[in-house]
Design a protein around this ligand. Structure first.
Ligand code: Z2T
Length: 839
């Protein structure tokens, strides 16, 4: 490679000065430059969307320079690196976040105003990059932000899907999915790297020589190419900028000449197109597993390219393979990328020709595995036949490592056949499947849950037998969210109030524990009034958004009661809507006097249902039917308004979360691994009504149970209830629940959907896996507590302020610090200030 001499380097450096300056004129010059020369438009006439594109290119220029400098520095230091492997990155819009992180939002705003554009309007031109389903993908995005901010040399690796999570439309009350071709108008944030390309093989044959696991040649099959697309990830208040590398599939170079000569030109071209399908679409399932072959291909495709890329980087500076785990930590975001561990083993054995013991030590020293759910339907179990035909060597290696592992278990737990059965990587006899969680656990040095309760459940039941084998492997890493996007960007009013109150500075944005200071002002009228004003302003913005996007007018002087997350039985959106029905029936039975005492509520329920999840789609229809009836009932005079919040996604989460008064996190205890929006709502001064599940437990510990509306059975009560008979549960069906069912059956909320009818009938018959009947009474009681508290606005605001003050633990900065210290064993590496470079 060409190394430029210092003299030349100085010259090259100074060339950028006029272009990358932080003054208004330089900013305008770079924007206009992109309008004219990148977009090919005239700078004398361009639209908001073009201003968005050019502004993004201008910001990207700065990020690229930071990215290159960071990367060059880490390479020169042979720095240890963290690789976060995830099939999902739910980034959300990039422009505001990037400007905020490089501390240039105000400067760009002024520069744009000067040439006739409003930055806030330009933000709205950006499409959401929505390459994720829900919490798991958004967590990966928060982690990228925190790793960059904390000066950790880290990279994210994933897939550049052409289609992100579908857009949700509602027709006739039903969810209709629209494709999300987010790249239609280009993506200014990515840098295509046609030169960073790796071959990935599928199928073919494997021939082995030698004993034990042997070494061998994998040949034939189909080869596709992985092309890199990089997105810079700037840290807040640091020059450090990390890389998110997403892979796109393209046809391999092996061309079928035979078909050409046979005159089958079209057929041969069509086969090449098949390669591109691999990265076409994100699978829209949130915590349920689907055994599709294309999904397995996506997983291997991205893992194979990633491992090649990581090894190439390692080899820039290193020759001793034993240093690999000391310099590279790979974190698996659930089991989706677990095949990466087997791929690394394969490369070390078959390509690098290392002895098995050394290769295995390297693999287990490198990987960490994060589990995100205890739901059995989410656990990945790939059929042995499918793996065998697609990845013959990998299947072979899984059998081999499983055998060695089971022999060790046999030695340590003699006569414990049950345990062998449970911890084996292979399940079943004729229809054999590979349990990817078992593979991930055995291949990793650490396994973590995402909240304290979740980790306890992993240790005590889901992975109990593994925990007894490897007690030191298991630990907890309670999730967090980035305060940059989820407070500073989405709630500038509150951010300003916090800064003004604590020390006139934004240090708290990278040290959320500092916010605790505002607790001292929870009773101070001046502060409380300002907090109230912030909330009202956010509610106005939401009101405007709802009017604009859904044509519904909502009142400002109501409690904004919000339940937004993926639709799932365990998250119990059904229980919420049944409560609304109960509340509506109650109001119908009240006289004028009693009605004056009712706290008016606007109830928002939003979220996407997996397209194949019938029951979840039925819940959406029911919510819309109930909304229809209640919203059009003039007699209740807007005491309840029900809004199905359409197409819940990152960008509109940034509107609804700051505007919430009450937020619902009501999963059956023991089902929600953590939840992360509970943290976002708390940081934005909404009160939680919730069960003792997931991270709610820790939120209660931090902010005080008395500052939440806690209800419902705990994990043990749920276990006991589930162990009872249907007869037992049927005999104890909650009366108010029964009335709500009746109202639905009678057609009060329109024609009855058969699926929903069946679902409700089963609950009535005592089949109540998610414990709606068990929890309904205490849910109603908690809702009443929320109403009483809301009537006392001083108390309500005090609770909200204490919630904000004590939400510091739930910054993803804290989470990442824990991963660094306990799993990755890595310390921050602050890159020198660019001012130290030649000027
Ligand atoms: C997901 O978003 C979550 C778990 C999954 O298990 C899959 C997906 Cl797509 C395979 C969620 C959990 O449901 C939620 O409790 C947690 O907060 C989030 O992951 C991040 O850990």
């Amino acid at each position: 490679a060409l190394k430029v001499s210092e003299g030349t380097r100085e010259n090259l450096w100074s060339l950028m000065n006029s272009y990358q300056g932080r003054d208004s004129r330089s900013i305008q010059r770079s924007i206009v430059n992109h309008v004219e020369y990148t977009l090919g438009l005239t700078r004398f006439n361009f639209k908001d969307f073009n201003a968005y594109q050019a502004t993004s290119y201008s910001v990207r220029d700065r990020l690229i320079e930071q990215l290159n400098d960071s990367n060059e520095y880490f390479n020169s230091q042979n720095s240890k690196r963290v690789y976060y492997l995830s099939l999902e990155f739910l980034l959300g819009r990039m422009l505001q976040n990037s400007l905020v992180n490089i501390d240039m939002e105000k400067k760009y705003k002024d520069a744009l105003t000067d040439i006739g554009f409003k930055l806030e309007e330009i933000y709205e031109e950006e499409v959401d990059p929505a390459l994720g389903n829900g919490g798991l993908g958004r967590l990966a995005a928060c982690f990228l932000d925190s790793m960059a901010t904390l000066d950790i040399p880290a990279m994210g690796y994933g897939i550049r899907y052409d289609y992100g999570i579908f857009k949700q439309q509602i027709q006739d009350g039903y969810q209709v999915e629209q494709p999300d071709y987010w790249l239609a108008k280009g993506n200014p944030w990515e840098i295509e790297r046609p030169d960073v390309a790796y071959p990935v093989r599928f199928g073919g044959t494997f021939t082995k020589s030698g004993s034990g696991c042997g070494v061998g040649r994998w040949e034939g099959g189909e080869v596709v190419m992985a092309i890199a697309y990089d997105t810079p990830v700037p840290g807040f208040n640091t020059y450090n900028t990390n890389r998110l590398r997403l892979w796109r599939s393209r046809p391999g170079n092996e061309f079928d000449l035979q078909k050409f000569n046979d005159g089958q030109y079209d057929k041969s071209i069509m086969e090449r197109q098949r390669a591109e399908y691999i990265t076409s679409v994100l699978y829209p399932n949130d915590s349920t597993w689907e055994g599709k072959q294309l999904r397995l291909k996506q997983q291997y495709f991205f893992c194979c390219a990633t491992i090649q890329d990581i090894i190439k980087r390692f080899k820039l500076n290193n020759t001793n393979w034993n240093d690999f785990p000391k310099l590279n930590q790979i974190q698996l975001n659930d089991t989706h990328p677990a095949i990466a561990a087997i791929e690394l083993l394969r490369v070390l054995l078959d390509v690098e020709r290392l002895p098995y013991d050394q290769a295995w030590m390297i693999v287990t020293g490198t990987f960490g595995y994060t589990n995100h759910t205890v739901l059995p339907e989410a656990l990945e179990k790939w059929s042995v036949n499918m793996l065998q035909s697609l990845l013959p060597r990998h299947m072979d290696l899984i059998f081999f490592i499983n055998q060695i592992f089971l022999e060790e278990v046999k030695r340590r737990f003699p006569g414990d056949g049950r345990r062998l059965e449970v911890v084996s990587m292979i399940e079943g006899w004729e229809d054999k499947r590979v349990r990817m969680a078992n593979v991930a656990i055995v291949c990793s040095h650490h396994v973590n849950g995402v909240a304290a309760l979740h980790t306890q459940i992993l240790k005590a039941s889901v992975f109990k037998d593994f925990y007894e084998i490897f007690p030191d492997k298991f630990l907890n890493m309670t999730n967090g969210v980035t305060p940059r996007r989820w407070l500073y960007c989405c709630n500038p009013g509150l951010a300003q109030l916090i800064s003004d109150t604590i020390n006139n500075d934004d240090d708290w944005v990278t040290d959320m524990r500092m916010v605790e200071e505002i607790a001292a002002y929870a009773d101070e009228q001046g502060f409380v009034d300002k907090f109230k004003q912030v909330k009202v302003d956010c509610k106005k913005q939401l009101q405007h958004y709802i009017e604009k996007t859904q044509g519904i007018h909502i009142r400002l002087d109501a409690m904004y009661d919000v339940l937004v997350k993926r639709i799932h039985e365990y998250k119990r959106q059904l229980m919420d809507i049944l409560y609304i029905i109960h509340r509506y029936l109650q109001i119908l039975g009240m006289n004028e006097e009693q009605r004056r005492n009712v706290v008016p509520r606007v109830v928002f329920i939003g979220g996407k249902a997996a397209p194949g999840y019938k029951d979840a789609k039925g819940f959406i229809k029911l919510i819309n039917s109930v909304a229809d009836r209640i919203n059009n009932d003039k007699s209740i005079n807007d005491l309840i308004k029900v809004v199905f919040f359409k197409n819940y996604c990152v960008s509109n989460a940034q509107i609804i979360i700051p505007a919430a008064d009450l937020s619902q996190h009501i999963s059956t205890a023991g089902t929600e691994a953590s939840g992360t929006s509970n943290m976002k709502f708390t940081m934005n001064g909404a009160l939680i009504i919730g069960t003792m599940d997931g991270a709610n437990v820790e939120i209660a510990q931090e902010i005080g149970k008395e500052n939440m509306f806690v209800f419902g059975a705990d994990v043990h009560e749920v276990d006991r209830y589930r162990a009872q008979t249907d007869e037992y549960r049927k005999g104890r069906l909650d009366g108010r629940l029964r009335n709500a069912f009746r109202a639905i059956y009678e057609g009060k909320f329109g024609a009855l959907n058969d699926d929903i009818k069946g679902y409700l009938n089963r609950i009535e018959a005592g089949s109540d896996h998610y414990c709606l009947s068990l929890d309904f009474a205490s849910y109603v009681e908690a809702q009443e507590r929320a109403d009483r508290t809301y009537r006392d606005q001083a108390l309500w605001n005090k609770m909200a302020i204490i919630g904000i003050a004590k939400s510091g633990k739930f910054s993803s900065d804290r989470t990442i610090q824990e991963y660094c210290a306990q799993i990755w064993k890595i310390t921050p590496k602050r890159i020198p200030n660019p001012a130290d470079k030649p000027q």
